[in-house]
Write a protein that binds this ligand. Structure first.
Ligand SMILES: Nc1nc2c(c(=O)[nH]1)N[C@H]1C(S)=C(S)[C@@H](COP(=O)(O)O)O[C@H]1N2
Ligand SMILES: [Mo]
Length: 455
């Protein structure tokens, strides 16, 4: 997209070009009018530089917005890739929502259990910053809108590739932001799984972004150095289409600083009504945009519930007196009642729940049986991983695989109690898994079976 580079920006001096210049020809087909149309584009509309009249557009506005996005999107991208790794998708197909990822999982690693708030931080950043950047993204698209109408639409093979990368970039960005926001707002309108769409959409977006940054970062740095006052004078351009700067600007109704200030205010407002859901505690009440409500009741079990027991279709029989935990591994099987579990050594761990949707709780005081102790109980001395299965029969989060390092961590529990009380049914009674630094979705509730797999 070199319409935006300094050699073409503002190339048009007005919307009018001599029609049919060099047209004193034979009069044979193609008529000169057609040639002029091909060269200069339609006589009116957005391909005409004069169509774009905001005096606020310009390389300096675009560069400030671009710089903010560059820093912000780097954090959103890194934390997004980390979120995928946090699911340990390479451990078992049970964890992998994108089995056709191919090379895209090249960077996966065993997600650590330290610090215990790791996923809370990375996913809180991912979602909060993603939401905060929405006004910046929209303003950036507005600021470069004239460039989308560059004329001629395609000048060469290289130019065609550049424009294609732009399609990936813009469509990719809109798609990834839209799917992310919809998921956070619980609008599960996706055909199939959100994760799959968001994952592949991100890679399309990143491919476009890589090409874009390669050509645009030097332009941006130069414009930022030059400052708003003395943007370098445009050179005569190769493109007949519009540039960033309006050749015939309308009277200003707002300054450039005013536009950037409005965008900043929008972002700040979104930040203020979002961040409380990741900080939790009393600040949760400030999270006006939190789709799950701003309070979660009183008492030991008074913290965020994602899926209630009734929503999960958990019936009283499955979790009542007849409930049993089955533990398999090491060629043995043990079946335990809740009483028998409570008779095993109980351990405590102060751990949060941090959902992929960005909300999280503060550390809660869980107590129960160590996963490592349950492995030892059936003689699985060194389990490579454990398959955790809920008694829940429908829904997508009924099973999860946990890796050796997660099983071995002494804070990883099959929790029976929280904050000094029995788990409530909504929090997974009779027993739920809680693992430090794991995404919320891997803290399976209403656990019915643990299968420890050895090498
Ligand atoms: N069986 C079961 N376990 C589950 C879920 C579920 O839907 N079913 N939701 C998971 C998700 S997505 C999260 S974020 C946490 C939320 O825990 P909470 O509902 O106790 O707040 O539990 C996880 N455990
Ligand atoms: Mo979640």
């Amino acid at each position: 997209m070199d319409e935006g580079t300094e050699d073409t920006e503002g190339s048009g001096t007005s919307g009018d070009r001599p029609e049919g210049a060099g047209a004193a020809d034979t009069g044979g087909p193609p008529p000169s009018r057609w040639r002029a149309l091909l060269r200069d584009g339609p006589a009116f509309g957005p391909t005409r530089p004069g169509f774009w009249r905001s005096p606020v557009r310009g390389r300096s506005t675009t560069s400030v917005l671009g710089a903010v996005l560059l820093v912000g999107l780097t954090v959103v991208t890194v934390t997004g890739l980390l979120s995928y790794a946090a699911y340990n998708p390479d451990l078992t197909p049970v964890n992998d929502k994108t089995p056709d990822k191919g090379l895209l999982g090249f960077y996966l690693f065993a997600w650590p259990t330290d610090p215990h708030w790791l996923y809370r931080l990375t996913q809180g950043l991912h979602v909060t910053l993603g939401i905060v950047l929405v006004p910046v993204l929209l303003a950036k698209l507005w600021s470069v809108a004239p460039l989308f109408f560059g004329w001629p639409p395609v000048r060469s093979a290289a130019h065609a590739l550049e424009r294609l990368s732009l399609v990936l970039l813009v469509d990719g960005a809109l798609f990834v932001f839209a799917t992310g926001v919809l998921n956070v707002q619980l609008e599960y309108v996706f055909p199939g799984s959100f994760y799959v769409l968001h994952f592949y959409g991100s890679w399309v977006f990143l491919a476009g972004l890589a090409v874009h940054l390669g050509t645009k970062v030097p332009v941006m740095v130069r414009a930022l150095r030059a400052g708003p006052a003395d943007a370098p004078a445009p050179e005569p351009g190769r493109s007949a289409g519009p540039g960033l700067t309006a050749p015939d600007p309308a009277p200003a109704t707002i300054t450039r600083g005013g536009v950037l200030g409005l965008v900043g205010l929008g972002s700040l407002t979104l930040f203020a009504v979002t961040v409380g859901q990741s900080i939790g505690g009393p600040l949760r009440a400030t999270a006006l945009l939190a789709p799950r409500g701003r309070s979660a009741g009183e008492g030991p079990n008074g913290f965020q519930v994602n899926t209630t027991a009734s929503r999960a279709g958990i019936d009283a029989d499955a979790t009542g007196k007849d409930w049993r935990l089955t533990v398999r591994g090491g060629g043995r099987e043990a079946v335990l009642t809740r009483q028998e579990l409570l008779a095993l050594p109980q351990h405590r761990a102060a751990l949060p729940i941090a959902c992929v949707e960005g909300w999280s709780t503060r550390d809660q005081e869980w107590s129960g049986v160590r996963l490592a102790d349950l492995a030892a109980l059936v003689g699985a001395a060194a389990p490579v991983w454990v398959l955790v299965e809920s008694v829940q029969s429908t829904g997508s989060f009924t099973r999860a695989g946990l890796r050796a390092n997660q099983v071995a961590d002494p804070r990883s529990l099959l929790a029976l109690r929280v904050n000094g009380a029995d788990l409530s049914l909504d929090h997974g009674y009779p027993a739920r898994v809680i693992v430090p630094a794991a995404p919320g979705v891997h803290n399976t509730k209403w656990v019915g079976r643990l299968t420890f797999e050895e090498a």
